[in-house]
Design a protein around this ligand. Structure first.
Ligand SMILES: C[S@@+](CC[C@H](N)C(=O)[O-])C[C@H]1O[C@@H](n2cnc3c(N)ncnc32)[C@H](O)[C@@H]1O
Length: 333
């Protein structure tokens, strides 16, 4: 042992320390977001000024500001702190790319799910409360923020080229939440009648985003009718469901499409088990509480689609490591 400690370790220890520091950086960021700290720095200010403004402890505020400088979210010049480009774009609450609700959702998920991983590992999944109240306003705002940072513009880029989209007259965004996808589709194809179907409490949130440009249908797609005659049904991040339930919903979608209608899905799939795979964490996050798998590999997902009389015509990567979604385009068989 004594001999060994005189040598450097045979591999770089950074992998461990970077991870530990990223947890610390995340806690500082999430706390600053929860206190709306970044809005206070629209003009350069000292930590003392901000502490007074937000009724915070001066000494700890200064150290938090320093930690935010170290993480690249603030800059310090002569004792005054200002926003960096990244914080102006993502952390000011009036920015179109604000990520605050998504950051709060990451923290909530950490507390409600990830902190129970050890327990789940010993006892098995802890049991899922089928409570639709998870789809509350802050969750839907977080989904909207997740969409605008990459998935939405990339999805629009892919879908606008489809001949079926160019001639579509009626589109349903199933589980469309905030409604921003439907709104964007309407924007690039003004002839389109765009509908969002979602739970009643979510439709109230969608109204604030889409006004009357998109038609809103309140209901539960596991129980209620979803309408008919759609040229396109689009579903983004709604099919993380036990297989039997998914099949029931897909049959309903099939029946709601016009004869040459298409279904476009956008989801995370767990195909690529590599060092930087992101979807495996998503799959594990569900497994902490859920006894049944909800995230499928692309071939598994395509098999389910085919079994519900959808022919897979294309699979496109939406892809970024933080959002490894795939779009699957299918037509009715
Ligand atoms: C993960 S969010 C995805 C939102 C949006 N499609 C997106 O990609 O940003 C899932 C959406 O499905 C909706 N949803 C879940 N279960 C539903 C049900 N049984 N009936 C209708 N909508 C439902 C939720 O309210 C939520 O808006």
């Amino acid at each position: 042992m004594l001999k060994e400690i005189l040598n450097y370790p045979p591999v770089d220890p950074n992998i461990i320390s970077e991870l530990a520091q990223s947890v610390e950086k995340f806690i500082v960021l999430a706390t600053a977001v929860e206190l709306n700290l970044f809005d206070s720095f629209k003009k350069p200010k000292s930590a003392e000024e901000v502490a007074k403004e937000l009724d915070l402890d001066e000494r700890v505020t200064k150290k938090v500001c320093n930690a935010l400088v170290a993480s690249g979210f603030l800059r310090e010049v002569n004792g005054k702190y200002t926003l960096t480009k990244v914080s102006k774009v993502f952390l000011l609450s009036d920015s179109p790319f604000y990520q605050g609700n998504l950051i709060k959702l990451y923290r909530k998920t950490r507390e409600e799910r990830w902190n129970k991983l050890g327990e789940a590992l010993k006892k098995g999944s802890l049991g899922y409360q089928r409570d639709r109240s998870v789809f509350d306003e802050s969750f839907i705002l977080a989904m909207a923020e997740g969409a605008v940072r990459w998935d939405l513009p990339r999805t629009v880029e892919i879908i606008r080229e489809l001949p079926e989209f160019k001639k579509a007259k009626k589109l349903l965004d199933l589980g469309g939440g905030h409604g921003l996808y439907a709104l964007a589709f309407k924007e690039i194809n003004p002839e389109l009648d765009a509908y969002v179907f979602d739970l009643p409490q979510v439709i109230e949130v969608a109204k604030k985003f889409v006004g009357n440009r998109v038609k809103l249908i309140a209901g539960d797609f596991t129980k209620d009718e979803i309408g008919s005659g759609y040229d396109i049904v689009f579903a983004s991040d709604v099919f993380y469901r036990p297989r039997e339930e998914l099949i029931q919903i897909l049959r309903k979608v099939h029946a709601s499409l016009s004869d040459d209608g298409i279904l476009i899905t956008k989801h995370w799939h767990i195909d690529d088990l590599r060092e930087d795979s992101t979807a495996v964490f998503f799959d594990l996050m569900f497994a902490i509480l859920d006894e049944v798998d909800r995230v499928y590999s692309t071939p598994e997902f395509c098999d389910i689609l085919e079994s519900c009389k959808f022919e897979v015509v294309d699979i496109v990567d939406v892809g970024e490591s933080y959002s490894p979604s795939k779009i699957v385009i299918t037509k009715r068989k």
